[in-house]
Design a protein around this ligand. Structure first.
Ligand SMILES: Cc1ncc(COP(=O)(O)O)c(C=O)c1O
Length: 433
């Protein structure tokens, strides 16, 4: 018991941090204690969570099936609509198969912990492989925590490569003696807003006979001409690609999935406890997701507004004295470095009716705090002008920021600009002039 008291005291449980209690959810406008606010830190990029079509789908789903699914799909919970949704998700990503999980977090945990362990699980039931396979993961140091936890549970050898540093990745691939290599990357990095170079990763995968697992949580519905995500953005297709996305962000619902060849999805279906030994998505959510896919396709104006807002914000920020981490996606973080500075600036902005999240360690490496600005289809020009005006007035809180705007770092320059991390996962994050 003593160890828990000590630990809880260290975490400050006697004066716990209470997250903001909201009266409504950001669309991106919302209310706190009846006061209107605008969020510049929400994942509801296309405001689909409150679209009339997804709300109607939810009501139809509840009326048809009730409010939840108490069973696993391996037992009594396997409604036809789940399989139909999986086919739709697979088709939307140019893949033959897909497998649904209850959340995005569980998808990474389930898929990444299982792939290297599936032979062990099969052995327990009498499988004898034709040879001994050994597995290794090669993971960008800034990958989401659900990726890192999934890989760690797998028991496979793990290598962390410096953020977007393909030379470092290739060096690790060359050194590895594993028979099965899996490169793992966020598509859009959730705290940095930059994009993984999927074609370059695929070229390395070809050269070193590896698979590429891409988490497209922040690209699905947002990137690509029709919102198809990072694979559409790069026009990338390969059997080596294992595509993963969440359904809680641009799609406004909950859940996650892996789209891949039938070999991969069937191995997961048979051996991942995170798929088989848990209740599945409520049926109304599956119906909402199916409708959300249609909304993304049929209502391109949502995505057009999102990108017009992103471009307008980035353009206006060029007049201010802030450092931006990246400007390629709707996630445009403002670099502060120091936690206290980030908190102070976030509080000053919130006092003016705008919600922004200050992101600090352990969500990002130590001393790399930032305000995670996320642009949204529902922002008006007046909302963005207001944010710019507030940022201008509070600029002194970010000093010394330096008027530096990060841009896309071409693959050839990446190894040169990233200093070696002091310890795994704490790489230096650099902004480029
Ligand atoms: C890159 C990434 N992967 C996975 C997840 C988990 O997704 P979900 O919140 O849908 O469980 C998140 C959520 O923040 C994320 O940013």
């Amino acid at each position: 018991m003593k160890e828990f008291v000590e630990l809880a005291n260290w975490f400050g449980w006697q004066s716990p941090h209470v997250p903001l209690v909201v009266d409504s959810l950001p669309t991106p406008t919302f209310k706190v204690k009846e006061q209107p606010r605008v969020s510049f830190s929400t994942n509801n990029y296309l405001a689909i969570a409150t679209s009339p079509r997804t709300k109607t789908a939810a009501i139809r789903g509840i009326e048809a099936y009730g409010v939840g699914n108490s069973d696993s799909r391996l037992l009594g919970g396997n409604l036809a609509l789940y399989g139909e949704l999986e086919q739709k998700l697979a088709r939307a990503n140019g893949k033959s198969h897909a497998i649904l999980f209850a959340t995005g977090y569980l998808t990474n945990l389930g898929a990444l912990s299982t792939l290297p362990r599936a032979p062990q699980i099969a052995r327990a039931f009498g499988f004898t492989p034709s040879r001994e396979y050994t597995y290794a993961y090669f993971s960008d140091e800034y990958n989401h925590i659900s990726i890192r936890e999934g890989m760690s549970l797998s028991g496979a050898r793990r290598y962390s490569y410096r953020h977007l540093d393909l030379d470092h990745l290739e060096k690790l691939l060359r050194q590895s003696t594993a028979t099965s290599k899996i490169i793992v990357t966020d598509g859009v990095f959730s705290q940095d807003g930059d994009i993984a170079p999927i074609p370059d990763l695929l070229r390395l995968a070809e050269r070193w006979d590896a698979m590429v697992y891409v988490d497209d949580a922040h690209g699905a519905g947002v990137l690509g001409a029709s919102g198809g995500g990072i694979l559409e953005h790069f026009q990338a297709a390969s059997d080596r690609l294992i595509y993963m996305a969440t359904l809680s962000k641009a799609y406004g619902s909950i859940g996650g999935y892996v789209a891949a060849t039938g070999l991969i999805t069937e191995i997961l279906r048979m051996s991942s406890a995170a798929y088989g030994f848990t209740a599945t998505l409520p049926p109304d959510q599956a119906m909402i997701i199916s409708t959300a896919i249609d909304v993304v396709r049929d209502e391109p104006e949502r995505r057009q507004r999102l990108w017009a807002n992103q471009r307008y914000f980035v353009k206006r920020m060029a007049d201010l004295n802030y450092k931006l981490v990246a400007t390629q996606t709707p996630i445009v973080p403002i670099w502060l470095g120091d936690d206290a500075k980030a908190d102070k600036l976030a509080r000053a902005i919130r006092a003016e009716g705008i919600h922004v999240d200050a992101v600090r360690f352990p969500a990002v490496p130590l001393n790399s705090a930032r305000l995670r600005i996320q642009m949204n289809a529902g922002h008006s020009v007046a909302d963005i002008d207001h944010l710019i005006d507030v940022l201008r007035r509070h600029q002194h809180l970010a000093e010394p920021a330096g008027r530096t705007v990060a841009g896309f770092v071409p693959a050839s320059r990446r190894s040169a600009v990233h200093a070696p991390p002091a310890e795994p996962g704490s790489g230096t994050l650099l902004a480029i002039d």
